[in-house]
Design a protein around this ligand. Structure first.
Ligand code: SF4
Ligand code: SF4
Length: 441
């Protein structure tokens, strides 16, 4: 694609990077068919190619964002299915990120929208604030039918979680040095609404002979997708510094994320800080060690299987940030199969479930349509449980009518000696003895 940026514009490294991305696009349109918003809405401006044209026009002409550009960019899930499809290697992720920051700087949203986005940015990265917000929302439970489904799902998840032993829910360091040493990104919202995921991850890694250092704090991914650049950079910078200290201190074999949205972001720290002389090298070193938990386990190896765990039929839902953002697709399936589960494929697996960070709060109608479409495909698998590697997808899918949804590591932990995932106990996939599946095997 030809571009017409001036020398002055290209002196800005963000513009220079976007120009390089734009020049790679050859207008072929292959990306359109796999874009969930185009599939649902049928408007070229809600496709990757359409958005690329809008962003090019906005940046090239140095224009403030218009309501039209904002509408179509906001509808983008950042699912990155277009990057998987694109034959020319267009790095849409960095282009849409740039567009979101430009919108945030140049466009004044309606007041309510501004408040909602500001509140999400102020609350979500901080577990104590999430906890407080959920407590307030719980008081409003009688009015729950009036709340968006995604918020109701978060409440349900928080309510049904089983008490997790203190040492498992907020561990800092396991005592024995073993086969490998990894840092686990503790995360933000997940630690409040589904602490069982970190607990299962730690048990599983320790059982596999790995020393786990838990590094707390938000990586900034959620606010990054809101275009809130200063806060996103501050959060990411803080976690880069702490991870780098671990890396250069006692050393790390891997930096492990069990929320694929965070993993994708951690792998991008090097790009994010490429122009920051203080952090560029540290961020690149951190990104080079970042792994999804299933990538790490594929290298380390699963602990031996425990006796008596039912061989449930599992529909594996590959989160977009996992399959498109990190290109991690085979490992979770292989691990689940090796752990004794029967892995079933969900049709239209490339399409997003509508979670996409805060998308299901900000674009609830499109998100709900994508959830229903995903759950209809899930139901055709006749699986007893859905497994996925991202808490956002768990929340999104659990808000609909379908089988229980759990994190992949919860099943792997269970299969190798851990407790059954709480969602299987409360969701009815197992009988009360904790061992018998409800549906197909
Ligand atoms: S990121 Fe997803 S929603 Fe956005 S343009 Fe690409 S395929 Fe479409
Ligand atoms: S597939 Fe790639 S090159 Fe083709 S239109 Fe889409 S982004 Fe451009």
């Amino acid at each position: 694609m030809q571009t017409r940026f001036t020398e002055r514009q290209l002196a800005d490294p963000e513009i220079a990077a976007s120009e390089q991305i734009l020049r790679k696009c050859v207008h072929c349109g292959f990306c359109i068919a796999t874009c969930p918003t185009y599939v649902l809405l049928g408007d070229e401006l809600d496709s990757p190619r359409g958005r690329i044209y809008l962003i090019k026009d906005m940046l090239e002409n140095d224009r403030p964002a218009t309501a039209e550009v904002v509408r179509h960019v906001d509808r983008c899930l950042s699912c990155l299915a277009c990057m998987t499809t694109c034959p020319s290697g267009v790095h849409y992720q960095h282009l849409i990120d740039h567009a979101r920051v430009h919108i945030e700087r140049t466009y004044q949203r309606p007041l309510l929208e501004r408040w909602l986005r500001a509140a999400l940015g102020c609350v979500l990265p901080y577990p104590n604030r999430v906890r407080a917000a959920l407590a307030v929302a719980a008081l409003a439970r009688p009015f729950a039918p009036l709340l968006p489904r995604s918020l109701r799902a978060m409440l349900d998840l928080a309510r049904r979680r089983r008490p997790v032993e203190a040492s498992a829910s907020s561990p800092r360091l396991t005592p024995v040095a073993k086969r490998a040493r990894v840092a686990l990104l503790e995360g933000c919202v997940q630690t409040v609404i589904a602490p069982e995921i970190n607990a299962a991850t730690i048990r599983l890694l320790e059982r596999a002979g790995v020393e786990v250092v838990v590094v707390g704090g938000c990586c900034g991914a959620l606010v990054h997708h809101l275009g809130q650049e200063p806060r996103a950079h501050a959060l990411a910078a803080s976690i880069v510094e702490r991870l780098h200290t671990e890396l250069t201190g006692q050393g790390l074999d891997a930096i492990v994320a069990n929320a694929s949205g965070c993993g994708t972001h951690a792998k991008d720290f090097g790009y994010l800080f490429r122009n920051d002389p203080r952090l560029a090298a540290k961020a690149a070193a951190v990104s080079a060690k970042a792994r999804d938990i299933t990538e790490a386990l594929a290298t380390i190896g699963l602990p031996p299987r425990a006796a008596g765990v039912p061989q449930l039929a599992v529909a594996y839902h590959s989160a977009c940030s996992m399959q498109h953002g990190q290109k991690v697709d085979a490992e979770p399936r292989r691990l689940l199969a090796a752990a004794g589960f029967e892995v079933r494929e969900i049709a239209e697996g490339h399409l997003c479930c509508g979670s996409a960070g805060t998308y299901n709060v900000l674009q609830p109608e499109i998100a709900a349509r994508l959830r229903e479409r995903k759950l209809a495909n899930v139901s055709r698998t006749h699986a007893a449980v859905v497994a996925t590697g991202n808490v956002g997808c768990i929340t999104q899918l659990a808000a609909g009518d379908g089988p229980p949804v759990v994190h992949t590591v919860e099943l792997l932990d269970w299969a190798t000696g851990g407790p059954p995932p709480p969602a299987l106990q409360s969701g009815g996939a197992m009988a009360t003895d904790g061992r018998e599946p409800r549906a197909d095997r």
